[in-house]
Write a protein that binds this ligand. Sequence first.
Ligand SMILES: [Zn+2]
Length: 148
Amino acid sequence: MVEGSCLCGGVAFAIEGRLTGIQLCHARRCQKFTGSAFSPELAAKESSLRWIRGEELITVYEAPLLREPPPLRRAFCRVCGSPLPTPLEGTAYVVVLAGVLDDDPGTRPLGHIFVGQDAAWNRVDDDLPRFEERPPPEFRIRSTTSTR
Ligand SMILES: [Zn+2]
C-alpha cells in the first residue's frame, strides 16, 4: 500500500493496488498545473484508491478541450493547491502525480512525453525514451497498468 497527502495535510489517500511506471509529461498544461518542468504521472485502478480524509476539500478544474475528448481534468486541494488523484474519464484509472505520494511507489520513470513543448530552461539529459508528443500506446500509463 502507498499513501499520499497534500501540502497542508488536509487530504490524504491510500492506494492498495498496483501503480504504473511514471510518465514525465512536459506538456505546457502540465507545466502550468505543477509550476514545474514536467508532471510525474502514474496511474492506479480507481477501485484501489481510498480517501483517508479531506475528500470534501477536493476541487476539480476541467480545462477547455484542445483536441479530442476527454478534456483535461485536474483535482487539487482547495486549501493548499496540491494536485490530487484524478479519475481518467472513460477508464477505470486515476492519475496521480508522484510528488504527492508519501511512500516509494516502487515504480520508476518510463520516459518523457510531449518534450516538443518542453520549457526553454529545462534540460532532459537522461537515457529514458522521449516522445515529441503523445507516446505510442505501449508507453501510455493507462496501458502499462494492464500489462504489468
Ligand atoms: Zn491541502
